[in-house]
Design a protein around this ligand. Structure first.
Ligand code: AKG
Ligand code: FE2
Length: 174
């Protein structure tokens, strides 16, 4: 785990994440009438106030998982600001997202565990996960790699050692 100024390779990674977000961000007209007035908004996988903050990230953790190891469902600690990036390396895997229980817990009918869906996201080696806003605060993420096989769309995933690098920004304490 590392806090404060990141080592140069992690700064380079952070810059690459910044560039990757920019390269898949597009400007779209806010409405048809304003098309000619060139008013448009940026649609981006990371909100621009987060993308342009300085520094983008100042904390990183590298996690090493052997076959059969994963991480249980959680929301990242509130000591970190909004805007989290994870680079997934080496082994493919499936990350599941599930909605945080509403206040009042299991008795709340719309959010009972039976109704709460898990959204699977397939991660290739090199995949970048960006979490902000609702995804960061209202959804848990987990990787369930029990010993044995993990399946994706009917195919068996070959489990190998997996490394992930999570980049975050510490919340300022006043
Ligand atoms: O290994 C991963 O992809 C997830 C890591 C993670 O969620 C965390 O460190 O909080
Ligand atoms: Fe996490």
């Amino acid at each position: 785990m590392r806090f404060g100024e990141l080592p140069s390779w992690a700064m380079a990674l952070s810059d690459s994440i910044h560039d990757a977000v920019l390269s898949c961000s597009i400007h779209v007209p806010t409405d048809l009438e304003s098309c000619n007035g060139r008013r448009n908004e940026l649609v981006s996988p990371f909100p621009s106030d987060l993308l342009w903050r300085q520094p983008l990230f100042d904390q990183l953790i590298a996690n090493l998982y052997h076959p059969g190891e994963g991480i249980c469902a959680h929301v990242d600690l509130m000591r970190f600001e909004d805007g989290i990036a994870i680079v997934s390396l080496e082994s493919s895997c499936v990350m599941h997202f599930s909605q945080v229980e509403a206040e009042g817990g299991e008795s709340s009918s719309s959010s009972s565990s039976a109704n709460r869906k898990k959204i699977p996201v397939y991660l290739n080696p090199g995949s970048l996960i960006l979490m902000s806003g609702e995804a960061r605060y209202e959804w848990k993420h987990e990787i369930n790699r029990n010993p044995g096989v993990q399946m994706w769309e009917g195919h068996e995933l070959q489990q190998a050692t997996r490394t992930s690098i999570t980049l975050r920004k510490l919340r300022c304490v006043e």
